[in-house]
Structure formats: C-alpha cells, structure tokens
Design a protein. Structure first.
Length: 193
C-alpha cells in the first residue's frame, strides 16, 4: 500500500495542506496538540497518517456521501486513510489486505436523529487470519486510534461542520458468531480528537 501512495505522490511533508484532486494531508505533532485540549494522551502519530482524497471529494465537504477507507502497514505502522464519496475498493483489494481483513470502513449517514458515523469491521466469515474473539478484541483495542485518525485526517471537514463533533458513532462488528456480530455505540467523535 505504501508504494501506491508514494507512487501517486501522496506522501507529503509536514508543511503540506489540502488538495481536492487526490492529494495527501499530513501535519506536525503541534497541529494535533492544538486540536486536543482535554489533556488526554493521544495515540496517533500524525507523521504516520497518510490521507488521500479521491477525485471529486474536497476536504471541506460535502458531509454526505462521505466514506473512509483505513488500512495500515504492520511493517511500518503507517496508516493509510482514503476519503471519498465511496469506499476505495482498490485500497483493500491486495492479497494481504484480503487475507487479513483488518481494514476499517466508515461512512456518514443522515438519520432521523441527525448525522451519524457508521464504522464497519470484519471480525469473521470467509478466509481470514485469526479467531473471531482475537480479532474482535484487536478491533476494540485499536478503535480509539481509528476514530482519532478519522477526526485528524478529515479535520478540515470538522472545522467547517462543527456539529459533526457531537455526531453519534456506531461500530458495526460483522461476524458469523452471534456474540461478536453486533453494533456498539461509541459516544461522539470529538471524544477521540
């Protein structure tokens, strides 16, 4: 995955900013400190987050349709976030990602009570690596980092639409075992700034 981002010129330096034609965003640690004012230690290392906007999607919006595709490199710890009007199927089509099934997909949905972020994790079913219980525990353990990555990676959207800070988060754990196949409410996104 990192080769694709590098090949497309998506890996940028700390001074980079938004570009609506598929460019990356990265920021220094100082940028993220300014966003998180509650004194909670954050897990996200901004220099490890590589953000790419699909063509036709701007950092400022629209809020819907808006999807997030998040993958990572076990070797480097880098996180690869693509933001677009649909999921980045190419990003999750590699053999390693198809075997691991550790990608996280999310989308904004306008519901009766307002906007909500629906996050999807593949816990079990099909050919995957690891037991359902082990995978469920890992997804739950890493979910704060995932949500922080969404918030930081799409920070311009949150600046332009502050009501999203208080939008509900629903995590869909998809599994063939009923005890892991569930939807959990995870508070609001600003808790994971």
């Amino acid at each position: 995955m990192s080769e694709r981002y590098a090949r497309e010129g998506m890996r940028t330096k700390d001074s980079s900013r938004h570009n609506t034609n598929g460019a990356s965003i990265e920021a220094s640690s100082e940028d993220i400190k300014g966003m998180c004012t509650d004194g909670v230690a954050r897990r996200l290392r901004p220099e490890k987050l590589h953000v790419r906007f699909l063509p036709g999607t701007a950092p400022e919006g629209p809020v819907t349709p808006r999807c997030y595709t998040l993958t990572h490199s076990d070797a480097t710890g880098d996180l690869f976030l693509t933001i677009g009007s649909q999921y980045d199927r190419e990003q999750v089509s590699g053999w390693y990602t198809r075997l691991m099934r550790d990608e996280v997909l999310a989308e904004w949905i306008d519901e009766e009570g307002g906007l909500a972020l629906h996050v999807h994790c593949h816990v079990s079913g099909g050919l995957i690596f690891g037991s359902a219980g082990w995978r469920y525990a890992i997804f739950r353990r890493e979910m704060p980092l995932v949500l922080e990555s969404f918030y930081f990676g799409d920070r311009r959207l949150f600046e332009m639409h502050p009501m999203l800070d208080k939008a509900a988060i629903l995590i869909h754990f998809h599994a063939t075992q009923s005890r892991y196949d569930r939807v959990e409410s995870w508070s609001v996104l600003s808790d994971y700034c």
